[in-house]
Design a protein around this ligand. Structure first.
Ligand SMILES: Cc1ncc(COP(=O)(O)O)c(C=O)c1O
Length: 358
């Protein structure tokens, strides 16, 4: 009953068909458990190397972190660290209204009060609104580099300044954008550790990294921050764990390592360039069909609306196009992942125009 990326019809997913070598590496490391890394020191070494590569890509060779189960766990670890470092009994976190729903779970789990900052008309958080949300209980500010719904990139440079001024932990959720933005042509938004205020970044290889699920990534600017999320383990070969998940596969890490090694950063640049080309083609076609883009795409995500957008989304589903409908923006959203080829976008546009004419 599963759908397959190869059909080119899954237009609503932030995951994609893993690279062929991701599958091979996954199989080779099928029994590896990074939860007990002393037994699987080879896998642990691969994790270290992958984290180093991500750290270099995100402009801080010294950053430390882990390959975790996904963006949700990565965001959780960031806020856990921020909370433990700050030590406040009524902790609050300032989030953009567009923050990923994982933060709703995290706030509930950690009893953090979310305080939401408003967005501008390009769906980026307004820095002065963020500043206005800060209180004496704020333990962290979150910015998103590539929102799940629209691919918007918050002004992280401005958030960094605010975070430094108020001495507050700034976490950047680049679960999706972290493996897209570095490969865009200039001028591109700055969102990484080159900004002094950025203390942690989520970046997920199982999204645009083409690694096997589950491969999320969390990086901390300062390796010592990891101490604040450390748990002693009484009976394992390694006497400490940092991730929320205990037993965790080394296979996805090996798959990430293999894809990084095979594609290299130039390979990713080619993939991102192709996705952006297809995104532009799609956006132009949508405009030609007299539908309205919500915003010009920054990343490989297109959102648009028509007269009766929900109905349009249903008609597209009837024709086998898996798009998302987003009620709060009353729009259809398409994520132009590597499995969405030029011929798929062309066929989609043809169907879209036909439905519009009916
Ligand atoms: C910006 C952002 N953050 C966090 C997440 C959560 O990631 P996961 O589903 O891997 O836990 C997503 C997922 O799409 C995302 O787009």
């Amino acid at each position: 009953m599963d759908n397959h990326y190869d059909s080119g019809r899954i237009l609503c997913s932030m995951c994609t068909k893993p690279h062929p070598l991701a599958k091979k590496a996954y199989q080779m490391f099928f029994e590896s458990n990074l939860g007990d890394s002393g037994l699987f020191s080879g896998s642990a070494l691969l994790e270290k190397e992958v984290v180093n590569q991500l750290a270099t890509l995100l402009q801080n060779k010294n950053a430390a972190g882990f390959i975790v189960s996904g963006g949700t766990e990565a965001n959780l670890m960031a806020l856990l660290a921020a909370r433990n470092i700050t030590k406040n009994n009524q902790p609050e976190v300032v989030l953009p209204e567009s923050a990923h729903f994982s933060f709703t779970k995290i706030c509930s789990l950690m009893n953090l009060k979310p305080v939401y900052a408003r967005l501008d008309n390009t769906f980026k958080v307004i820095p002065s609104e963020v500043e206005g949300c800060i209180s004496k209980n704020t333990i962290a500010i979150v910015g998103t580099a590539g929102t799940a719904e629209l691919g918007a990139v918050d002004p992280i440079d401005k958030l960094s300044k605010i975070a430094l001024e108020h001495r507050i932990f700034l976490h950047v959720d680049a679960a999706f954008g972290g493996l897209v933005i570095p490969f865009l042509p200039e001028p591109k938004p700055i969102f990484d550790f080159s900004l002094e205020g950025v203390k942690s970044i989520t970046v997920d290889p199982h999204k645009m990294g083409m690694a096997a699920i589950p491969a999320g990534g969390i990086l901390f600017k300062d390796p010592q921050m990891l101490d604040s999320v450390r748990t002693e383990t009484p009976y394992l070969t390694d006497r400490k764990q940092y991730t929320f998940i205990g037993t965790r596969t080394g296979a996805a890490t090996a798959s990430t390592w293999a894809v990084f090694r095979t594609l290299g950063m130039e390979g990713y640049r080619e993939i991102v360039t192709e996705c952006i080309k297809n995104t532009k083609m799609l956006a132009e076609g949508i405009k030609r069909a007299s539908l309205d883009l919500l915003v010009e795409p920054t990343l490989n995500i297109v959102a648009f609306k028509g007269q009766d957008t929900n109905n349009l989304a249903e008609k597209l589903w009837e024709r086998g196009w898996f798009v998302s409908y987003i009620p709060r923006y009353d729009c259809i959203r398409i994520v132009v992942m590597p499995h969405v080829k030029r011929k798929n976008t062309a066929a989609f546009l043809k169907d879209l125009v036909e439905i519009e004419k009916l």
